[in-house]
Every structure is written in C-alpha cells, then in structure tokens.
Design a protein around this ligand. Structure first.
Ligand code: ADP
Ligand code: MG
Length: 337
C-alpha cells in the first residue's frame, strides 16, 4: 500500500499535539478547605487528573485529622492529654515523638524561647474562651512553675516529665508537622504540584501549574502586613519550601489599649513584645513553625542569630517598631516589585 504522506504527517501532528497536551499541567487546580486544628486548612493541587487529585486531597485531609487526634490538647485521648494527665510521662506514638524531638531541639537552641511545657499558661490565658482576660502575677507564676527546656525529655518514644503538674502544648509546632505529613501523603498519591496552608503554615510543592491567570510557574506568596488588613507586606516566590508566619495579629484581644496575643515569652508568661510578625522559609513546615514562634519570642537580633544555626532557613522579621529585619539570603526568595 502506497504511503499517504499527508495522512501520516497529519496523524503525527495530532499525536504530537496530544502528547504536548498530556504533558502540560492541567489548567484546573482543585482547592478544598476544612476546619481542622482550630484553623482553616486549605489544600490546592493541580497538574493531573481531577479524580486522582480529589482522592489525594481527601487522603491528605484524613492525615491531618489523624494527627490532630494525636497531638491536640482538646482531645482527651490524645498523646498530649495523656502526657499532661500522667505524673511522669509515658510512651507516645512515633509521630508524637518526632514532634517532641524537634520541639525540644528548638527549645534548646533558642535558650528556652520555644517551650513545649506551656500548657497551663495557655489554659490560664484562655484565648479559646469568649472573653479572655489578663491573668494576675500569682497565677502566671503558678502556671510557669517547673516549665522550661529541660522540664521534658525524650528517649525513643518515651517522654518523661520532671514535674507531675506539667502540661504539654504542641500548639507552636503541631500544625506545621501536620502540613509536612499532608504533603508526604499527596506525594505518595503522585501529586507533584500542590499548596497546603494551615492558617499561615504553608508548604508549596513543585511548580504551580501554568494558567492564563498564573503565567509564572513559581508559587508566589503575598505575606500579610501585620498592621494593615488585607495589605501585602512582601511577595516571595518558592518551590518545595515551607513558608510559615507567626504574628501578633492572628489571635489577640485588647485590654486598656494593650494588645495581648497568643505567643508567650516563657520568661514571664506574657505575650512576647519584640515583634509584630515573623516569616520563616525552610525545608520543613514543622521546623519553620517552631522557628517562627521562637524568633518571635527572641526578637530581631537574637532571632536572626538563632537562624544562623539552621542552614537552608531564611527569615523576615517585622519588629515591634515596624522595622524590617532579614537573614542574609532572604533576598533569594524576594519578588522585586
Ligand atoms: P499560630 O498557631 O497562629 O500559627 P504559632 O505557630 O506562633 O501561631 O503558635 C502559637 C501557639 O504556640 C500558641 O497558641 C501556643 O499554643 C503555642 N505557644 C505560645 N507561645 C509559645 C512558646 N514560647 N513556645 C512554644 N509554643 C508556644
Ligand atoms: Mg509556630
């Protein structure tokens, strides 16, 4: 049979076009959010078959819900509740041990600015309550008794408490860890392009699928201005990175003109006063989460000093007076306007 050149060329063109179409990330990004860990968790994924993406996103949410059950102070059966109720501590799940190990490391590196033993202090302030109030000095002293970077220790999956009344709070790191695990689940499902955001604890996986609305392939994140609602302080662009922000504008109340927020200085039990917000870019969200809280407590000078201990970690600090302070390689992520 003679070759029909126009037909073959035509078929080849169709085949090439189809291949090109398959290789292009899908235009559709799927985005879902759920209320978990006391915050809105948003997962966005794209670049492949929508049904597969839906399954992957469901599994990632299930993982965050599973970890919340393990790590929450509010679930009576959680590892954290069991540890708080026990006199001496006890055995915990491998995941809890991983969070505690990282938390204790940052507690030590930060000279105790990051502290996993502030459970009583957190309950005392009662930010979850309808009308939180400022506790008196005696109550603060009682809540801080026995807390500190050496009050808790870990040996394998065995957590030991130095004092029976110590209460554990993983609120400064658990959300970050859960986001890391959600990303791991998405990857297991073959997802290569995703963003997971748990109230300012984010991970940006791969490259953003290109669409007419988003022609740039890096993920671009607008960082919230801590004092101007809905204003962007700076834009960063990343791939395969955690971007974590801790701010005094997230959870706070005002009494007699003073702002009281939920990041405590373990030295005095009061809201830390040196910063308005801290953004950390790191490899893992758990580390970024703990460091954002620690740097917030330490303030710009000691905070940037702490970051030098961690390779591949950059930070942007808005000090209490509104001045900006950045680690040396922060500019690598900055989008110049
Ligand atoms: P968010 O939860 O808004 O993302 P953070 O990551 O900064 O903010 O965590 C704040 C939470 O961390 C508080 O609600 C509390 O549970 C816990 N926390 C507060 N102060 C400290 C501290 N000095 N060290 C460790 N955890 C803290
Ligand atoms: Mg934190």
């Amino acid at each position: 049979m003679p070759w029909n050149r126009p037909l073959i060329i035509g078929l080849l063109v169709v085949l090439l076009a189809l291949t090109w179409w398959r290789l292009q990330p899908g235009d559709e990004e799927i985005r879902h959010s759920r209320l978990i860990m006391g915050t809105i968790v948003e997962i966005m994924a794209g670049g492949q078959d929508p049904d597969e993406l839906e399954d992957a996103i469901d599994a990632a949410f299930a993982e965050i819900e599973r970890l919340d059950k393990l790590l929450s102070r509010h679930n009576p059966g959680s590892d954290v509740s069991r540890l708080s109720q026990s006199d001496k501590g006890g055995k915990v799940a491998a995941e809890t041990a991983e969070v505690v190990a990282l938390g204790l490391d940052v507690a030590q590196q930060s000279g105790g600015a990051f502290d996993l033993t502030l459970g009583r202090l957190k309950s005392l302030w009662g930010f979850e309550k309808e009308t939180p109030t400022v506790p008196d000095q005696d109550a603060l002293s009682v809540a801080l008794a026995g807390t500190g970077p050496t009050a808790l220790s870990l040996d394998g999956q065995q957590v030991s408490k130095q004092a029976p009344h110590l209460q554990i709070d993983l609120g400064g790191i658990a959300k970050g860890y859960a986001v890391d695990r959600a990303i791991a689940v998405l990857k297991l499902h073959g997802v290569t392009s995703a963003a997971v955001n748990a109230g300012g604890d984010m991970y940006l996986l791969g490259q953003r699928p290109q669409t007419p609305k988003h022609p740039k392939r890096f993920w671009r994140i607008g960082l919230q201005h801590p004092r101007q609602k809905d204003a962007v302080l700076e834009t960063v662009q990343v791939r395969d990175r955690a971007v974590v922000t801790s701010g005094d504008y997230e959870r706070f109340f005002e009494q007699e003109g003073i702002r009281y927020h939920h990041i405590f200085d373990p030295q005095n039990g009061l809201p830390a006063r040196h910063c308005q917000s801290v953004t950390i870019i790191a490899d893992s969200v758990a580390l970024g989460d703990a460091l954002a809280t620690a740097v917030f407590v330490l303030g710009p000078k000691a905070g940037l000093q702490l970051l030098t201990q961690y390779p591949q970690v950059e930070g942007l600090i808005v000090a209490v007076d509104g001045t900006l302070h950045t680690s040396p390689d922060w500019t690598r992520y900055q989008v110049t306007p």
